[in-house]
Design a protein around this ligand. Sequence first.
Ligand SMILES: *Cc1c(COP(=O)(O)O)cnc(C)c1O
Length: 404
Amino acid sequence: MAIKRHPDDLAIFGGARLFASPKPVSNLVRPDFSRFMDYLDPALRNAQLTDGGPVCRLLERRLAELHEVVHCVAFISGFWALAILFRVLALPGRLEVVMPSLTYRRMSDIAAWAGLKPRFCEVDARTMTNGAEQVASCLSGDTALIMGVHPICGLADIEGLMGLAQEAGLPLIFDSVESVYERHLGRKIGGFGRAEVFSLGASKLINGFEGGYVTTNDAALAGALRAQLADRCAASAATACGLNAHLNELHAAMALASLDDLGEQITRNRARYLAYQQRLPNLPGIRLLTFNEADRPAYKNVLVEVTAGWPLGRDDTVRVLNAEGALARAYYPQPLHRKPMCYAHVPAQLPVTDDLAGRFVLLPCGELVEIADIDAIVDLLGFVAHHAGTIRTRLTAMEHRHEH
Ligand SMILES: *Cc1c(COP(=O)(O)O)cnc(C)c1O
Protein backbone atom coordinates (compact mmCIF):
# COMPACT_ATOMS: atom_id res chain seq x y z
CA MET A 1 0.00 0.00 0.00
CA ALA A 2 1.30 3.43 -1.00
CA ILE A 3 2.26 5.65 1.95
CA LYS A 4 1.05 9.26 2.00
CA ARG A 5 3.33 11.96 3.38
CA HIS A 6 2.24 15.03 1.49
CA PRO A 7 -1.05 16.00 -0.23
CA ASP A 8 0.80 15.45 -3.56
CA ASP A 9 0.86 11.75 -2.66
CA LEU A 10 -2.93 11.55 -2.92
CA ALA A 11 -4.08 9.68 -6.05
CA ILE A 12 -6.50 12.47 -6.94
CA PHE A 13 -3.45 14.75 -7.37
CA GLY A 14 -1.42 12.18 -9.31
CA GLY A 15 0.07 10.04 -6.49
CA ALA A 16 0.03 6.23 -6.40
CA ARG A 17 -3.32 4.66 -5.43
CA LEU A 18 -3.61 3.31 -1.92
CA PHE A 19 -5.40 0.14 -3.07
CA ALA A 20 -4.24 -1.83 -6.10
CA SER A 21 -7.59 -3.67 -6.19
CA PRO A 22 -10.72 -1.60 -5.53
CA LYS A 23 -12.44 -1.82 -2.14
CA PRO A 24 -16.20 -1.63 -2.77
CA VAL A 25 -19.21 -1.04 -0.56
CA SER A 26 -20.84 -4.10 -2.15
CA ASN A 27 -21.02 -7.36 -0.30
CA LEU A 28 -19.96 -9.75 -3.12
CA VAL A 29 -20.19 -12.91 -1.03
CA ARG A 30 -18.22 -15.80 -2.50
CA PRO A 31 -19.78 -19.03 -1.24
CA ASP A 32 -18.06 -22.39 -1.43
CA PHE A 33 -17.85 -23.24 -5.14
CA SER A 34 -18.29 -27.00 -4.77
CA ARG A 35 -21.42 -26.44 -2.71
CA PHE A 36 -22.75 -24.21 -5.49
CA MET A 37 -22.05 -26.99 -8.04
CA ASP A 38 -23.76 -29.55 -5.81
CA TYR A 39 -26.92 -27.44 -5.66
CA LEU A 40 -26.81 -26.94 -9.43
CA ASP A 41 -26.32 -30.61 -10.24
CA PRO A 42 -30.02 -31.66 -10.33
CA ALA A 43 -30.82 -28.80 -12.72
CA LEU A 44 -28.07 -29.88 -15.11
CA ARG A 45 -29.08 -33.52 -14.79
CA ASN A 46 -32.78 -32.82 -15.49
CA ALA A 47 -31.93 -30.23 -18.13
CA GLN A 48 -34.44 -27.86 -16.57
CA LEU A 49 -32.61 -24.59 -16.20
CA THR A 50 -35.43 -22.16 -15.40
CA ASP A 51 -39.24 -21.75 -15.14
CA GLY A 52 -39.40 -22.64 -11.46
CA GLY A 53 -37.34 -25.84 -11.43
CA PRO A 54 -36.46 -27.93 -8.36
CA VAL A 55 -33.48 -25.78 -7.30
CA CYS A 56 -35.63 -22.66 -7.34
CA ARG A 57 -38.34 -24.48 -5.36
CA LEU A 58 -35.80 -25.64 -2.77
CA LEU A 59 -34.53 -22.07 -2.42
CA GLU A 60 -38.10 -20.81 -1.90
CA ARG A 61 -38.63 -23.35 0.89
CA ARG A 62 -35.35 -22.43 2.56
CA LEU A 63 -36.12 -18.70 2.35
CA ALA A 64 -39.64 -19.23 3.76
CA GLU A 65 -37.97 -21.01 6.71
CA LEU A 66 -35.42 -18.22 7.15
CA HIS A 67 -38.17 -15.60 7.31
CA GLU A 68 -40.59 -17.80 9.27
CA VAL A 69 -43.37 -17.30 6.70
CA VAL A 70 -45.66 -19.67 4.84
CA HIS A 71 -44.97 -18.51 1.27
CA CYS A 72 -41.97 -17.38 -0.71
CA VAL A 73 -42.06 -16.68 -4.45
CA ALA A 74 -38.75 -16.14 -6.26
CA PHE A 75 -38.26 -13.76 -9.19
CA ILE A 76 -35.55 -12.80 -11.64
CA SER A 77 -34.76 -9.67 -9.58
CA GLY A 78 -35.94 -7.55 -6.69
CA PHE A 79 -36.96 -4.94 -9.25
CA TRP A 80 -39.47 -7.23 -11.02
CA ALA A 81 -40.65 -8.75 -7.74
CA LEU A 82 -41.60 -5.24 -6.65
CA ALA A 83 -43.15 -4.34 -10.01
CA ILE A 84 -45.45 -7.35 -10.08
CA LEU A 85 -46.38 -6.88 -6.43
CA PHE A 86 -47.28 -3.24 -7.15
CA ARG A 87 -49.49 -4.44 -10.03
CA VAL A 88 -51.18 -7.18 -8.06
CA LEU A 89 -51.82 -5.17 -4.88
CA ALA A 90 -52.57 -1.64 -6.12
CA LEU A 91 -56.20 -0.72 -5.42
CA PRO A 92 -58.06 -0.74 -8.75
CA GLY A 93 -58.75 2.66 -10.28
CA ARG A 94 -56.08 4.38 -8.17
CA LEU A 95 -52.59 5.42 -9.23
CA GLU A 96 -50.34 6.67 -6.45
CA VAL A 97 -47.70 4.57 -4.69
CA VAL A 98 -46.47 6.34 -1.55
CA MET A 99 -42.71 5.80 -1.16
CA PRO A 100 -39.78 7.57 0.44
CA SER A 101 -37.56 9.63 -1.87
CA LEU A 102 -34.43 8.64 0.04
CA THR A 103 -34.26 5.07 -1.23
CA TYR A 104 -33.22 2.65 -3.98
CA ARG A 105 -32.59 4.71 -7.09
CA ARG A 106 -34.98 2.75 -9.31
CA MET A 107 -37.97 2.59 -6.97
CA SER A 108 -39.84 5.27 -8.91
CA ASP A 109 -39.12 3.48 -12.22
CA ILE A 110 -40.76 0.38 -10.77
CA ALA A 111 -43.95 2.31 -10.10
CA ALA A 112 -43.90 3.57 -13.70
CA TRP A 113 -43.44 0.02 -15.08
CA ALA A 114 -46.42 -1.06 -12.98
CA GLY A 115 -48.51 1.68 -14.60
CA LEU A 116 -48.60 3.65 -11.35
CA LYS A 117 -47.37 7.04 -10.19
CA PRO A 118 -44.69 7.53 -7.53
CA ARG A 119 -45.69 9.88 -4.74
CA PHE A 120 -42.61 10.75 -2.72
CA CYS A 121 -42.98 11.29 0.98
CA GLU A 122 -40.63 12.81 3.51
CA VAL A 123 -38.50 10.69 5.83
CA ASP A 124 -38.16 10.75 9.60
CA ALA A 125 -34.67 12.17 10.26
CA ARG A 126 -34.19 9.67 13.08
CA THR A 127 -34.89 6.46 11.13
CA MET A 128 -33.94 7.92 7.71
CA THR A 129 -37.01 6.33 6.18
CA ASN A 130 -40.75 6.97 5.87
CA GLY A 131 -42.76 6.62 9.06
CA ALA A 132 -46.51 6.72 9.64
CA GLU A 133 -46.58 10.50 10.07
CA GLN A 134 -44.81 11.17 6.77
CA VAL A 135 -46.94 8.65 4.89
CA ALA A 136 -50.21 9.92 6.41
CA SER A 137 -49.66 13.39 4.99
CA CYS A 138 -49.32 11.90 1.47
CA LEU A 139 -52.51 9.84 1.41
CA SER A 140 -55.28 10.89 -0.96
CA GLY A 141 -58.29 9.45 -2.77
CA ASP A 142 -55.80 8.30 -5.43
CA THR A 143 -53.53 6.27 -3.10
CA ALA A 144 -53.22 2.73 -4.45
CA LEU A 145 -50.48 1.31 -2.21
CA ILE A 146 -48.13 2.17 0.66
CA MET A 147 -44.49 1.20 0.36
CA GLY A 148 -42.49 1.00 3.60
CA VAL A 149 -38.72 0.77 3.23
CA HIS A 150 -36.34 -0.58 5.85
CA PRO A 151 -33.28 1.66 6.17
CA ILE A 152 -29.65 0.47 6.14
CA CYS A 153 -29.32 0.80 9.91
CA GLY A 154 -32.25 -0.24 12.07
CA LEU A 155 -35.84 -0.85 11.00
CA ALA A 156 -38.77 1.13 9.64
CA ASP A 157 -41.67 2.02 11.95
CA ILE A 158 -43.44 -1.30 11.35
CA GLU A 159 -46.31 -0.87 13.87
CA GLY A 160 -46.95 2.74 12.86
CA LEU A 161 -47.17 1.89 9.16
CA MET A 162 -49.30 -1.21 9.75
CA GLY A 163 -51.71 0.75 11.95
CA LEU A 164 -52.00 3.50 9.37
CA ALA A 165 -52.54 1.09 6.47
CA GLN A 166 -55.26 -0.74 8.36
CA GLU A 167 -57.03 2.45 9.35
CA ALA A 168 -56.90 3.80 5.79
CA GLY A 169 -57.82 0.43 4.23
CA LEU A 170 -54.71 0.46 2.03
CA PRO A 171 -52.32 -2.35 1.10
CA LEU A 172 -48.87 -2.03 2.71
CA ILE A 173 -45.72 -3.75 1.50
CA PHE A 174 -42.14 -3.50 2.71
CA ASP A 175 -38.92 -3.25 0.77
CA SER A 176 -36.82 -5.31 3.17
CA VAL A 177 -33.70 -5.67 1.05
CA GLU A 178 -31.63 -4.10 3.84
CA SER A 179 -33.20 -6.14 6.65
CA VAL A 180 -32.97 -9.77 5.56
CA TYR A 181 -31.82 -11.11 8.90
CA GLU A 182 -33.44 -8.80 11.44
CA ARG A 183 -36.11 -9.61 13.99
CA HIS A 184 -38.81 -7.32 15.30
CA LEU A 185 -40.71 -8.07 18.51
CA GLY A 186 -39.50 -11.64 18.37
CA ARG A 187 -40.60 -12.17 14.76
CA LYS A 188 -38.42 -12.39 11.68
CA ILE A 189 -38.65 -9.66 9.08
CA GLY A 190 -40.55 -11.13 6.13
CA GLY A 191 -43.99 -11.59 7.66
CA PHE A 192 -45.12 -7.98 8.14
CA GLY A 193 -47.57 -6.05 5.95
CA ARG A 194 -49.21 -7.81 3.00
CA ALA A 195 -45.82 -8.90 1.68
CA GLU A 196 -42.11 -8.09 1.86
CA VAL A 197 -39.58 -7.95 -0.96
CA PHE A 198 -35.90 -8.96 -0.95
CA SER A 199 -33.08 -9.05 -3.48
CA LEU A 200 -30.52 -11.74 -4.30
CA GLY A 201 -28.26 -9.39 -6.31
CA ALA A 202 -24.49 -9.84 -5.97
CA SER A 203 -24.14 -6.79 -3.74
CA LYS A 204 -26.80 -7.94 -1.27
CA LEU A 205 -26.62 -10.12 1.83
CA ILE A 206 -27.54 -13.34 0.00
CA ASN A 207 -25.71 -13.45 -3.32
CA GLY A 208 -27.51 -15.27 -6.14
CA PHE A 209 -25.72 -13.23 -8.85
CA GLU A 210 -29.18 -11.76 -9.56
CA GLY A 211 -32.61 -12.50 -8.18
CA GLY A 212 -35.35 -11.41 -5.83
CA TYR A 213 -38.21 -12.86 -3.80
CA VAL A 214 -41.45 -12.03 -2.07
CA THR A 215 -42.44 -13.39 1.34
CA THR A 216 -46.00 -13.44 2.62
CA ASN A 217 -48.41 -15.36 4.83
CA ASP A 218 -51.26 -14.61 2.40
CA ALA A 219 -51.99 -17.74 0.33
CA ALA A 220 -54.19 -15.90 -2.18
CA LEU A 221 -51.47 -13.34 -2.83
CA ALA A 222 -48.79 -16.02 -3.27
CA GLY A 223 -51.15 -17.83 -5.66
CA ALA A 224 -51.71 -14.65 -7.65
CA LEU A 225 -47.95 -14.06 -7.95
CA ARG A 226 -47.38 -17.62 -9.14
CA ALA A 227 -50.24 -17.30 -11.61
CA GLN A 228 -48.56 -14.25 -13.19
CA LEU A 229 -45.31 -16.20 -13.56
CA ALA A 230 -47.17 -19.18 -15.01
CA ASP A 231 -49.08 -16.98 -17.47
CA ARG A 232 -52.42 -17.96 -15.98
CA CYS A 233 -55.23 -15.63 -15.07
CA ALA A 234 -55.76 -15.33 -11.35
CA ALA A 235 -59.21 -14.23 -10.32
CA SER A 236 -57.70 -12.55 -7.26
CA ALA A 237 -55.57 -10.25 -9.41
CA ALA A 238 -57.72 -9.24 -12.33
CA THR A 239 -55.74 -6.04 -12.85
CA ALA A 240 -52.32 -7.66 -13.26
CA CYS A 241 -50.72 -9.05 -16.40
CA GLY A 242 -48.27 -11.91 -16.84
CA LEU A 243 -44.54 -11.48 -16.46
CA ASN A 244 -41.83 -13.87 -17.59
CA ALA A 245 -39.56 -13.31 -14.63
CA HIS A 246 -38.57 -16.70 -13.21
CA LEU A 247 -35.46 -17.05 -11.12
CA ASN A 248 -33.24 -19.47 -13.09
CA GLU A 249 -31.66 -22.56 -11.53
CA LEU A 250 -28.08 -21.28 -11.77
CA HIS A 251 -28.92 -18.22 -9.71
CA ALA A 252 -31.02 -20.26 -7.28
CA ALA A 253 -28.06 -22.62 -6.70
CA MET A 254 -25.76 -19.67 -6.02
CA ALA A 255 -28.30 -18.20 -3.58
CA LEU A 256 -28.57 -21.56 -1.76
CA ALA A 257 -24.79 -21.77 -1.38
CA SER A 258 -24.72 -18.17 -0.09
CA LEU A 259 -27.54 -18.98 2.31
CA ASP A 260 -25.50 -21.87 3.77
CA ASP A 261 -22.70 -19.39 4.43
CA LEU A 262 -24.94 -16.73 5.99
CA GLY A 263 -24.08 -17.24 9.66
CA GLU A 264 -20.34 -17.15 8.97
CA GLN A 265 -20.73 -14.18 6.68
CA ILE A 266 -22.48 -12.22 9.42
CA THR A 267 -19.62 -13.01 11.81
CA ARG A 268 -17.16 -11.59 9.24
CA ASN A 269 -19.40 -8.55 8.61
CA ARG A 270 -19.59 -7.87 12.33
CA ALA A 271 -15.80 -8.00 12.68
CA ARG A 272 -15.46 -5.35 9.94
CA TYR A 273 -18.15 -3.19 11.51
CA LEU A 274 -16.49 -3.46 14.95
CA ALA A 275 -13.12 -2.54 13.39
CA TYR A 276 -14.66 0.68 12.09
CA GLN A 277 -16.45 1.29 15.36
CA GLN A 278 -13.14 1.03 17.23
CA ARG A 279 -11.13 3.24 14.86
CA LEU A 280 -13.55 5.93 13.65
CA PRO A 281 -13.72 7.82 16.99
CA ASN A 282 -10.13 8.96 16.25
CA LEU A 283 -11.50 11.06 13.39
CA PRO A 284 -13.15 14.45 13.92
CA GLY A 285 -16.77 14.83 12.82
CA ILE A 286 -17.35 11.33 11.43
CA ARG A 287 -20.25 9.57 13.14
CA LEU A 288 -20.82 5.86 12.63
CA LEU A 289 -24.46 4.78 12.54
CA THR A 290 -24.70 1.95 15.02
CA PHE A 291 -26.76 -1.19 14.73
CA ASN A 292 -29.06 -2.29 17.50
CA GLU A 293 -27.89 -5.77 18.62
CA ALA A 294 -31.46 -6.59 19.70
CA ASP A 295 -32.63 -6.45 16.04
CA ARG A 296 -30.11 -9.20 15.18
CA PRO A 297 -28.63 -7.20 12.28
CA ALA A 298 -26.39 -8.68 9.56
CA TYR A 299 -23.89 -5.78 9.80
CA LYS A 300 -23.79 -5.60 6.02
CA ASN A 301 -23.12 -1.87 5.55
CA VAL A 302 -20.98 0.73 7.23
CA LEU A 303 -22.80 4.05 7.09
CA VAL A 304 -21.30 7.26 8.49
CA GLU A 305 -22.55 10.79 8.85
CA VAL A 306 -20.15 13.55 7.82
CA THR A 307 -20.98 16.19 10.43
CA ALA A 308 -20.00 19.87 10.67
CA GLY A 309 -16.90 18.82 12.62
CA TRP A 310 -15.36 17.18 9.54
CA PRO A 311 -13.13 19.66 7.67
CA LEU A 312 -13.93 18.63 4.06
CA GLY A 313 -17.22 18.46 2.14
CA ARG A 314 -19.00 15.11 1.84
CA ASP A 315 -18.67 14.90 -1.95
CA ASP A 316 -15.00 15.98 -1.98
CA THR A 317 -14.25 13.36 0.67
CA VAL A 318 -15.87 10.68 -1.51
CA ARG A 319 -13.88 11.85 -4.57
CA VAL A 320 -10.56 11.68 -2.71
CA LEU A 321 -11.34 8.19 -1.36
CA ASN A 322 -12.53 6.91 -4.75
CA ALA A 323 -9.31 8.00 -6.44
CA GLU A 324 -7.42 5.80 -3.95
CA GLY A 325 -9.52 2.75 -4.85
CA ALA A 326 -11.64 3.05 -1.69
CA LEU A 327 -15.03 3.05 -3.42
CA ALA A 328 -17.01 4.90 -0.73
CA ARG A 329 -20.43 6.03 -1.96
CA ALA A 330 -22.59 9.04 -1.20
CA TYR A 331 -25.83 7.91 0.42
CA TYR A 332 -27.67 9.05 -1.61
CA PRO A 333 -26.18 11.15 -4.37
CA GLN A 334 -29.68 11.94 -5.62
CA PRO A 335 -32.96 11.40 -3.82
CA LEU A 336 -35.71 10.22 -6.17
CA HIS A 337 -37.75 13.44 -6.22
CA ARG A 338 -34.65 15.19 -7.68
CA LYS A 339 -34.20 12.66 -10.45
CA PRO A 340 -35.20 13.62 -14.01
CA MET A 341 -38.33 11.54 -14.73
CA CYS A 342 -40.05 11.15 -18.07
CA TYR A 343 -43.14 9.55 -16.56
CA ALA A 344 -46.04 10.72 -14.42
CA HIS A 345 -45.16 11.43 -10.80
CA VAL A 346 -46.26 13.76 -8.02
CA PRO A 347 -43.69 16.57 -7.58
CA ALA A 348 -42.61 17.08 -3.98
CA GLN A 349 -40.72 19.49 -1.73
CA LEU A 350 -38.76 17.42 0.79
CA PRO A 351 -36.36 19.51 2.89
CA VAL A 352 -35.50 16.77 5.42
CA THR A 353 -34.68 14.34 2.60
CA ASP A 354 -32.59 16.98 0.77
CA ASP A 355 -30.65 17.69 3.94
CA LEU A 356 -29.99 14.03 4.76
CA ALA A 357 -28.98 13.25 1.14
CA GLY A 358 -25.96 15.54 1.53
CA ARG A 359 -24.58 14.12 4.76
CA PHE A 360 -24.00 10.36 4.61
CA VAL A 361 -21.37 8.05 3.16
CA LEU A 362 -21.18 4.28 2.83
CA LEU A 363 -17.63 3.14 3.61
CA PRO A 364 -15.98 0.10 1.98
CA CYS A 365 -17.01 -3.21 3.56
CA GLY A 366 -18.13 -6.67 2.47
CA GLU A 367 -16.10 -9.70 1.49
CA LEU A 368 -13.36 -7.89 -0.46
CA VAL A 369 -12.38 -5.74 2.53
CA GLU A 370 -9.91 -7.04 5.13
CA ILE A 371 -9.42 -5.57 8.60
CA ALA A 372 -6.02 -4.22 7.42
CA ASP A 373 -7.87 -2.35 4.64
CA ILE A 374 -10.09 -0.73 7.26
CA ASP A 375 -6.97 0.41 9.14
CA ALA A 376 -5.68 1.91 5.89
CA ILE A 377 -9.01 3.63 5.11
CA VAL A 378 -9.25 5.19 8.57
CA ASP A 379 -5.59 6.31 8.39
CA LEU A 380 -6.30 7.81 4.97
CA LEU A 381 -9.29 9.70 6.38
CA GLY A 382 -7.06 10.98 9.20
CA PHE A 383 -4.53 12.18 6.61
CA VAL A 384 -7.34 13.88 4.64
CA ALA A 385 -8.58 15.66 7.77
CA HIS A 386 -5.05 16.82 8.60
CA HIS A 387 -4.53 18.32 5.13
CA ALA A 388 -8.13 19.33 4.47
CA GLY A 389 -7.31 23.01 3.83
CA THR A 390 -4.73 22.22 1.13
CA ILE A 391 -6.93 19.52 -0.40
CA ARG A 392 -9.90 21.86 -0.66
CA THR A 393 -7.81 24.60 -2.33
CA ARG A 394 -6.34 22.19 -4.85
CA LEU A 395 -9.69 20.57 -5.68
CA THR A 396 -11.19 24.01 -6.30
CA ALA A 397 -8.23 24.89 -8.57
CA MET A 398 -8.75 21.63 -10.50
CA GLU A 399 -12.40 22.48 -11.02
CA HIS A 400 -11.51 25.95 -12.32
CA ARG A 401 -9.03 24.40 -14.75
CA HIS A 402 -11.77 22.06 -16.03
CA GLU A 403 -14.15 24.95 -16.49
CA HIS A 404 -11.65 26.87 -18.71
C1 LIG B 1 -31.04 -3.59 -4.77
C2 LIG B 1 -32.30 -3.08 -4.21
C3 LIG B 1 -33.54 -3.34 -4.83
C4 LIG B 1 -33.67 -4.05 -6.16
O1 LIG B 1 -33.18 -5.32 -6.20
P1 LIG B 1 -32.56 -5.94 -7.54
O2 LIG B 1 -32.53 -7.39 -7.25
O3 LIG B 1 -31.20 -5.34 -7.72
O4 LIG B 1 -33.45 -5.60 -8.69
C5 LIG B 1 -34.69 -2.86 -4.23
N1 LIG B 1 -34.63 -2.15 -3.08
C6 LIG B 1 -33.48 -1.89 -2.45
C7 LIG B 1 -33.49 -1.13 -1.16
C8 LIG B 1 -32.27 -2.32 -3.00
O5 LIG B 1 -31.12 -2.01 -2.36
